[in-house]
Design a protein around this ligand. Sequence first.
Ligand SMILES: *Cc1c(COP(=O)(O)O)cnc(C)c1O
Length: 391
Amino acid sequence: MNIQRKFDLSYMELSVPQAFPLGRYLAHQRIVLETVKRVLERGWYVLGTETESFEREFAQYLGVAKAIGVGNGTDALELCLRGCGVGPGDKVVTVSHTAVATVAAILRIGAVPWLVDVEPGSLCMDPHALEQVLEQDRCAGSGIRAIVPVHLYGRMADMPAIMELAAQYGDVPVIEDCAQATGASWQGRKAGSWGKAAAFSFYPTKNLAAFGDAGMAVTRCDSIAESIHCMRQYGWRQRYISESFGVNSRLDEIHAAVLRVMLPHLDEDNQRRSSLADYYHAAILPSKGRDIRPERQPYPQHVYHQYVVQVEDAGLLQRHLLQFGVSTVPHYPLPVHRMPAFLHAFPGHDQLPVTDTLTGRLLSLPMFPDLMPKQATHVGKLICDWLDSNP
Ligand SMILES: *Cc1c(COP(=O)(O)O)cnc(C)c1O
C-alpha cells in the first residue's frame, strides 16, 4: 500500500523530509492501535508475554539462539560487552566513523575504545587496520577484549575477514553493532548472527522501528544470554534478589507488541529502501568524472538505513537542497575522536586518515520506506544540476 496515496501527504511533494517515522504508523494504523489497546487492556506493561514472543520471533528471524529485549540500542551494546566479559580498563576495538552511541557504550563500562580506520569504499571497519592493532596489541601483551564492527548505513562490515582475524588472534569476542542494519545479510547470514553477540536498536528512524526507544541484545551463546538476561533487571535471577551486577533496561510490552506487528514487514520495507537506492543510483549520474554515490557491491546485501553521498562540501549541497524543500542530514559531521567530549579520551588517535578525510563530506539523502521513487528521482536530478553548475 502506498501511504502517500492513501493519506493526504501532498505536502511531501513540496517538502521531502530526510526521515519519516510517522509513515510506519500511518501504514499500519489500524493494527497498531488494536495492538496497543490489547496490551493496555491486558494490564501487564513491562517484560511479559509480548516481550518474550518478540524475543523468540526476532531470534528466529536472525537465526540466532537467544534475544534479550532491552531499553535501547546503546544499552544492548553495553550489556553485550559486559556479557562477553569486558570490564574496566579492557581495550575494545571499534571505529570512530560511527554513531557516538557505539563509543559511549564502551566508555560506560570503563573500557577503553581503540579506534581504527574505515575502508574508503564500505565506510566500515578496515580489516587491515584491525589486523595492525591486533598485532600491535599481541606484542604489547594482549589487552584487547572485544572487537565491535559497526554495520554502518545498512551495509555490513567485512565480517568474513573480521571473524577470521578475531579467531587468529586468540578468539577475541566480536560484538556486532547492528543498530543500522536490521535485516542485512552476507552470504545468506544475517547481521547479528556472525559475532559472539550483537546489539540492535529500534529507535523510530531505524529499519525496524518502535514508536519510542527499544533495543535488543542477541547471542548464540546460552551463558551470555543468561548473563544479559539478569543484567537487564538489577542482576536478578530470582525476583528481588540481585546475584550480579545489573541495570534497569527493559523492553516495554507496548513496544514489543508493536515490533511484533512490524517484524513481518521488515524485509519488504528493506526492499523498498533498496529499490529507492536504485532510483538514486540511476538519477545521480557521475559528473565531470566525479561519482558521489555510495559504493555498490553484490555482497553484502545492503538495507540502506541511509543513502549517503560524498561531496567536497556537504554543507553547500545541504543548503542547496533545502531551497527546494529537501531535507538531508550529515552522518556524521564529526568522527567520534574529534568530538569535544572525547578529545582527551583518545590521545594518539590522529592516525585515522580515511575517517578524517570524510569529515564534512557526507550527506544522507531522504530515505524511508514511504519515500516515493519519483521523489528520489527528483532529488537525484536536483543534485545532478548542482554538480553540473558547481565546478
Ligand atoms: C542508533 C545507533 C545506536 C544506538 O541506538 P539507540 O537505540 O539510539 O541507543 C548505536 N549504534 C549505531 C551505529 C546507531 O546508529
